[in-house]
Unconditional design. Structure first.
Length: 247
């Protein structure tokens, strides 16, 4: 009988011990020591996840030797190996993610004209850097430094400034705009031809040329409107044009 009671007591102790194999913790900001709400706590060994409450507290099943990974937006992700006694409480400190920005030295600013000249004289080359999961391409000078009038030095991308003033960049944009409108031009040229206007209005020579200019129909209008609408609008302008042309 005594042996049976001893075995039952031993089983109960083991069960109680297994139920207490949890880590109780508090996650805090390492600088301010403020509790961290909704921080992500992962037991990597068991694949269990939980989150901290409004006081930064959490509890997660994790026996000694398991690895806890704690993370939060804007903070470094850190891992701890569970040690004995953590079931009574453990404080976990997360440092913020550090972002190092390029140096910016501000001095006397140049005039707009001088600023424009200096940007135009910069030789631009392509470069890129990779952020995990995201590819970002920037354009910058060969040495990555733009020095203006000896007073303003900027390290890093400045392709936006270059494109704002560069004649070559503007011509490139203009060419792209023309190419984008080419299908409209082709469509308009098939509907609104010189011979069609001449046959319709009976105008010829310089009078015909002047009337086409007088109509001043846009390419978009000619390309999108049915031909009979163009005809009606054109014929509505004809009397007024002839009156002015004769005067």
């Amino acid at each position: 009988m005594k042996e049976l009671l001893f075995i039952l007591s031993l089983i109960g102790s083991i069960t109680l011990f297994s139920q207490d194999e949890s880590v109780r913790g508090v996650v805090k900001d390492s600088a301010s020591l403020d509790p961290m709400i909704a921080a992500h706590v992962l037991n990597r060994n068991k694949g269990l996840v939980t989150y901290t409450n409004s006081d930064g507290e959490f509890k997660i099943p994790a026996p000694v030797g398991d690895t806890l990974v704690i993370s939060n937006v804007g903070y470094q992700t850190l891992a701890w190996i569970v040690e004995k006694g953590w079931d009574q409480g453990k404080v976990f400190l997360l440092p913020t993610s550090t972002i190092y920005l390029d140096e910016v030295v501000v001095g006397k600013l140049p005039t707009y004209t001088r600023f424009k000249e200096q940007v135009m004289n910069v030789q631009v080359a392509d470069s890129s850097y990779v952020v995990p999961g995201v590819i970002i391409t920037e354009t910058e000078s060969p040495d990555g430094i733009l020095s203006l009038n000896g007073g303003l030095t900027i390290k890093g991308p400045f392709s936006r400034l270059y494109n704002a003033f560069s004649k070559k960049a503007k011509e490139k944009k203009k060419f792209k705009k023309i190419l984008s409108k080419k299908p409209l031009h082709d469509k308009a040229n098939l509907k609104f031809t010189r011979s069609w206007v001449s046959q319709t209005t009976k105008l010829t020579g310089d009078t015909l040329t002047s009337f086409i200019e007088y109509c001043n129909f846009s390419v978009e209008y000619i390309a999108e409107m049915p031909r009979y609408i163009i005809y009606e609008d054109m014929m509505a302008l004809l009397p007024e044009f002839l009156s002015e042309y004769e005067d």
